[in-house]
Design a protein around this ligand. Sequence first.
Ligand code: 13P
Ligand code: SF4
Length: 342
Amino acid sequence: MPQAAIRYHDPLLQLEAEANKTIIERILLLKEQKDVLILGHNYMHPLIYNLSPPEARGDSLALSKYAAETDKPIILFDGVVFMAETAKILNPTKKVLIASKKAGCSLADPLRGEQVRALKKQFPGLPVVTYINSYADVKAESDICCTSANALKVILSTKAKRVIFLPDSLMGENLQVELKKMGSDVELIYPGKKNKLPAGKCEVHDKFTVDDIRRVREQYDIPKGHPHRAVLVHWECTPEVVQEADFCGSTSQMANYIKEKKPERIFLATECEMAANLQNEFPQTEFIRQCNVYCQHMRQITLKGILSALETEDKELHEVIVPESVRKKALVPIQKMLEIIG
Ligand code: 13P
Ligand code: SF4
C-alpha cells in the first residue's frame, strides 16, 4: 500500500503521519531513485515501520533472511546496529546504511570477542551458541548463532550435553527451564553462571515484573488461560514473568499468535511500538500498552536520520562496516543457523 494511502487506527498517529507527510515522501522518493531495500524491525515507530514493504518487516530472523537474499544495491536497516551488521555479514557487496550508529543494545554492548575467547578457555570444547543480539567480533568467536525464534532448536542441534549460551542470561535461564520441561539434560552456561561475566539482560524486557503482569490481568480482566484474551511475553523477560504468561516467543511469533487466534484483548510484555504496529494490522484486537517500557536504542532511528542516511550515504555517520577478516568468521555461525532452520 503506498504510504499516503495508509490510514492509522489511532487518530493521534494519523495526525502524526499527516504532520510528517513531506519527510516521508522525500524518503520514499530516494528509496525508489536509489533502489533501496528498507528493512523494518517490529519495534520501529509505525511511521518508520511502514516505510518497509510488508515482506521486509519482521523479527531479527526474518530480517536477516531478507538481507541475505536481496539483489538491491543498498540496504537501509531500520533496527539497531547489531542487526545492520548481520545484514552486512550476509550480503557484503551491498551498501548497508543505518539512521544512527548510536542504536546499541544492552545485550550486545557489554560483550566483546576477547571475553568469549576467555570463556572458551575456561570451558574448553563446549560449543558456543550466540544470540543474534551480539556484535560481529562475538559472532566470529561462536560456533552457531540463534535468534529468539529458534534458540531451542539450535541448542539441541549441537548434540552437546553442555553448551555456552551468550549473551542473554535471562533467555539462558528461560531456555534451561524449557529444556528441563522437554526432558533434556543439556546444561546451559550463560553469563554469570559458573563464570565471572556480568549477567546479560535486555534493559527493556527486564523491566516487566510478575506484579505488573498480575496487575494487568486484574485491571483488564485477562485471566490466565482465557480463550480470547492473553498475555504474551518475549524470551528476554525474567523466568518468573515467562512462567506467568500465556505465550512466550520472538516478536514475530507473538504477531503470528494474534494473526492465528484473533484474540479480543492482548497485553504484550515487550517494546511498546510493537503493539502500535499490530493495532494497525489487527483493529479487532484491543492492545493494552505499557509505553513507559521502550527501547532507547531502537528510538535512535528517526525519520530525520533515515533521510540523512539516504541523502548522504555518509561513511562515518550511516554506513555499516565490518572488517573483512571478522566478517568471514562471523558468517560461519550465521550460515550454520540458517542451514538448520531452512
Ligand atoms: P526478535 O528477534 O524477537 O525480533 O527480538 C529482537 C530484540 O531485540 C528483542 O528485544
Ligand atoms: Fe536490545 Fe532489548 Fe532494545 Fe532489543 S529491546 S534492542 S534486546 S535493548
